[in-house]
Design a protein around this ligand. Structure first.
Ligand code: URA
Length: 234
């Protein structure tokens, strides 16, 4: 790829701005000042702008520890969005792969790879639906009865839906706390499942999506790139 294309794909600079940066001597390739914006460049080259190394352009895959009060959206006029937390070039190209409610916390995946996003979010019944299991830690207002485990396993009728939810895996951790694994992502699904059984979700935290587990070193509001293995696991 031409150097100007490579740098404009990897940063917020346009191609004409990159050409100017090259003319000004601010770009180096493998430690040497670049003089030709058209020179061939690949991910094997070390490209730097003002002596700061620029990561090669490519699809981006991010895990974010969503705090409560943050919207899973790219834009919102009232509340901070997950994208507002990211110090990333071309942030407008990033999309949320599987939303969380504003009051829910935990693992949020963000990417600019539309196909990967689709695999994260599509239900197992769709043509290429991976149906990744999402695991939530749920705190409930009313005590949890052991009989609920079988009810979740059998699937639950949600108001306004034509069929039961897919079998869900409920583990009761204590009287008011459970861990729930579901393979779909219907609107407010976890809250509606418990509401259908007369309970009320007081706190909801997503721990994992498929094999991708929220990194314990990420404080709420922090993020990191996914590893290659994590990306490939979806
Ligand atoms: N289910 C919900 O009810 N809310 C979420 O944010 C995620 C799953």
């Amino acid at each position: 790829m031409r150097l100007d294309k490579y740098l404009s794909n990897a940063t917020d600079y346009s191609r004409s701005q990159v050409k100017k940066l090259v003319r000004e001597g601010r770009v180096t390739v493998n430690g040497e000042p670049a003089s030709d914006a058209a020179r061939a460049t690949s991910a094997a080259d070390s490209v730097a702008l003002d002596e700061v190394l620029i990561a090669p352009p490519g699809k981006r895959y991010i895990m974010f520890n969503k705090p409560a009060g943050v919207v899973s959206a790219t834009k919102d006029s009232e509340h901070p969005t997950a994208i507002d937390y990211l110090d990333e070039p071309r942030a407008e190209q990033l999309q949320i792969a599987g939303r969380l409610d504003i009051d829910a916390t935990g693992l949020l995946l963000i990417t600019d790879d539309g196909q990967w996003n689709h695999r994260v979010t599509s239900p197992p019944s769709s043509k290429d639906g991976a149906g990744c299991t999402k695991i939530y830690r749920v705190e409930l207002a009313e005590p949890l009865q052991p009989a609920l485990v079988d009810k979740f396993a059998a699937g639950i009728w949600l108001e306004g839906e034509k069929r039961r939810t897919l079998p869900a895996d409920l583990r009761i951790l204590d009287e008011h706390t459970a861990r729930l694994g579901i393979r779909e992502g219907k609107y407010h699904q976890v809250k509606r499942m418990f509401a259908a059984l007369g309970n009320y979700v007081e706190a909801l935290h997503r721990e994992s999506i498929g094999a991708i587990v929220l990194d314990e070193y990420l404080a709420p509001g922090e993020y990191r790139a996914l590893t290659r293995d994590e990306v490939a696991s979806i």
